[in-house]
Design a protein around this ligand. Structure first.
Ligand SMILES: [Zn+2]
Length: 444
């Protein structure tokens, strides 16, 4: 599917560094991955989801790895020459260095002599570079550590089964009918009000708090949409379920040609679908179902929400957060998703991977504690347990940030992909939010 490697062997350089192999570990088990990392000749390694880079002495490593799983080799390399680049909006732009491997939401690049790690681009929240720490896990296939899934909970299973892929996709289609650039006005406002109407129809209390952010012609004012469910038993404990409703095209400042079906009508419609299912089960805790504007320009909507929570003193009430951004695209019928957080919240994140293993076994989850680039980041920076759910093929979606990001172009796997992530999330939320009526009814 992807050009995973540039073959750099044969460079006529003195052997100052190690010989590295890029290894396919998509089918390997945990023992095999450990054996590769610490086998004869191995000196350092990097794990990126279904790719492992092992470096050391060539001959013993070559014997250990074998031909079949070897995706490529890199001669004379040191960790200092490598950098991690976030797989995001600038996918189609020229980047410094040479691509060595992709895995998780990162790509590994080798910088040429004299090439420096690029500074972060303040205009582009998706574009980030990080230095490489040898012997580190950038992203991890959940299945490696958890071979046996828990049995389904009969109280949770009905909520999982309630996810309706056709109903969700109909909402994706409605949202994609509007131009939703945060620099546009009329269409974005129509989308905002339509989302608010969906929340209101479910009986949620709807607010549309405004916030401002810088635009080319001065300050821009836009609104988030929040549908609040007040918990039946624990109303002061809040769960946030969010995703951005704004969109963009390749030209960030354009106000048109931004249907944004996959990015991010899928996530916004996902918030609405989860609201339908959870509200019908009358959660014990309060739930803020919300869609953000201003994400594409710099996470302005989610930042504004965190600021609002801080100003009202409500941040302490927030128990956990789930963000969905691009949940509908898959290149093939093998369904993959990335869940990410900060290291402090790894246990919360692993709960999503565990839920997938139990309720959606066809979904392969890769986890990462190296979060970046969507509405989960402001909550994580405010020290709240937060995950992002995103399908794993987002950066090879050919219509990414284009006027052709239309429902039909998400492709034949859209419903299966979206439903897999929504089922996973609702399984966790059934417990997080406490789907009270359902649970109490069944226990009587
Ligand atoms: Zn997005």
């Amino acid at each position: 599917m992807l050009p995973a490697l540039a073959l750099l062997s044969g460079l006529a350089l003195p052997a100052a560094g190690d010989h590295a192999f890029v290894v396919d570990i998509a089918k390997a088990d945990a023992a095999r991955v450990e054996a590769l990392k610490h086998g004869d000749g191995a000196r350092w390694w990097l794990e990126l989801g279904d790719r492992l880079v092992v470096a050391g002495a060539r001959e013993p490593l070559a014997r250990l790895i074998g031909e079949r799983d070897r995706l490529g080799e890199i001669a004379d390399v040191t960790p200092e020459q490598l950098a991690l680049r976030a797989r995001g909006c600038k996918e189609h732009d020229a980047a410094v260095g040479t691509l060595l491997a992709r895995g998780g939401r990162w790509e590994l690049r080798r910088l040429a002599a004299g090439e420096a790690l690029p500074a972060p681009d303040s205009d582009e929240p998706h574009a980030q570079w990080r230095a490489v720490q040898p012997d580190s896990v950038v992203a991890r296939q959940y299945r490696l550590d958890h071979a046996v899934a828990a049995a389904p909970d009969p109280l949770v299973q009905p909520l999982v089964d309630a996810v309706d892929a056709d109903r969700w996709f109909a909402d994706v289609t409605t949202l994609a009918g509007w131009d939703r650039s945060s620099y546009g006005t009329t269409s974005l406002t129509q989308a905002r009000d339509w989302i608010g109407d969906r929340f209101a129809a479910l009986g949620l209390a709807v607010t549309k708090p405004a916030f401002t952010f810088p635009g080319s012609g001065g300050s821009v004012t836009r609104s988030n949409v929040i549908g609040t469910w007040t918990g039946t038993r624990l109303p002061d404990e809040w769960i946030v379920v969010g995703g951005h409703y704004d969109s963009r095209n390749t030209n960030l400042s354009s106000t048109t040609n931004a249907p944004g079906a996959e990015d991010n009508a899928t996530g916004c419609a996902g918030v609405i679908e989860l609201a339908r299912i959870l509200v019908a089960n009358r959660p014990e805790r309060s739930v803020l179902f919300m869609c953000y504007a201003g994400e594409e320009q710099g996470l302005y909507g989610s930042k504004a929400h965190v600021t609002q929570l801080q100003q009202t003193g409500d941040l302490a009430r927030v128990r956990s957060v789930v963000i969905m951004d691009m949940i509908g695209y898959s290149t093939d019928t093998t369904l993959n998703a990335d869940y990410e957080t900060y290291p402090a919240f790894a246990a919360y994140m692993n709960g999503f991977a565990a839920a997938a293993a139990t309720y959606v076994p066809q979904l392969q989850v890769t986890t990462s504690a190296n979060a970046w680039g969507s509405d989960h980041v402001p909550y994580l920076d405010a020290a709240k347990p937060t995950v992002l759910a995103i399908e794993s093929d987002y950066d090879v979606y050919p219509h990414y940030h284009r006027s052709t990001d239309l429902p039909a172009n998400i492709g034949p796997n859209a419903r299966a992909m979206g439903a897999a992530i929504l089922k996973t999330n609702v399984a966790v939320l059934a417990n997080e939010a406490g789907a009270s009526d359902r649970i109490f009814a069944d226990r009587e």
